[in-house]
Write a protein that binds this ligand. Structure first.
Ligand code: 3PY
Ligand code: MG
Length: 254
């Protein structure tokens, strides 16, 4: 089976750089995949498309060196099975708050004996290779999003659920859950302490840690703090910030 390059990066303690696709464009997916990102994540929770768009977005990413990842819309066995069958090599599941929810996530994403993922790998087999079934449980990364107060409280137990590779931190929802506006700079509230505690927990249990970062500066700090993967903004944020910077420079020069 094709190896998951992100597992190799994690074993070398190199922070992976992840792109985040919120727009329904195979072309944008392909451009991002050719930029040098280690993975491109198709965001089915907040992305501006439904599940029918996902196969062609994953196909576009698969035409590049980046690994095709997804964020599912929820902890739903039917959807998770479909996304994996479409060839996702990493799954990020929002709003995991309890050990029981983390166990359900593992059950839906791992073949027996670890879980109850149903057989029908479809594109997974094409992209992964003919021995997909034998190795999918080891190669596919499964991450539980920690983005609520309950998730924080139970993070240590969630991390120890067998079959779960680690966590992905959602700072915006975590801020909301803590009663902080996501517009508040992340380093100016207790959010920063919680994020650092979560990264430390992952290091202690040798688990995977990913995090969504609102800007490049945050991604730098998270990289230095030892995150396994950082997402330095989504596709439209990258486009907007570069466009605004160019406009500002040209306006100032005129
Ligand atoms: C969050 O910050 O809540 C996220 O889900 C990032 O995508
Ligand atoms: Mg969120």
């Amino acid at each position: 089976m094709r190896h998951n390059g992100l597992k190799q990066l994690a074993s070398q303690r190199t922070t992976a750089i992840n792109a985040w696709l919120s727009s329904d464009s195979g072309y944008v997916a392909e451009v991002l995949g050719h930029c040098g990102f280690d993975a491109v994540t198709v965001d089915l929770q907040h992305g501006q498309f439904g599940i029918d768009a996902v196969p062609r977005l994953l196909q576009a990413i698969s035409a590049t060196p980046a690994m095709p990842w997804v964020r599912c819309s929820g902890n739903d066995m039917a959807e998770l099975n479909k996304l994996l069958d479409m060839g996702a090599y990493g799954v990020i599941c929002p709003m995991i708050e309890t050990v029981e929810q983390a166990r359900q996530l593992v059950s839906a994403t791992r073949y027996a004996p670890l879980g109850r993922r149903s057989f029908g790998p479809a594109r997974g087999l094409l992209y992964g290779g003919s021995d997909y079934l034998a190795h999918a449980n080891e190669e596919v990364l499964v991450l539980a999003m920690i983005e609520t107060q309950d998730g924080l409280k139970n993070a240590e137990d969630i991390l120890q659920v067998p079959g779960l590779d680690g966590i992905y931190i959602g700072p915006n929802d975590l801020a909301l859950s803590l009663g902080i506006s996501p517009a508040t700079p992340w380093q100016e509230s207790v959010l920063a302490d919680h994020i650092h505690d979560l990264l430390e927990l992952c290091q202690r249990y040798e688990k995977y840690s990913g995090i969504f970062c609102g800007d490049l500066a945050m991604a730098h700090v998270m990289q230095s703090a030892g995150a396994s993967l950082v997402t330095p903004g989504n596709d439209t944020q990258l486009m907007r910030s570069e466009a605004m910077q160019r406009i500002q420079m040209l306006r100032e020069a005129s």
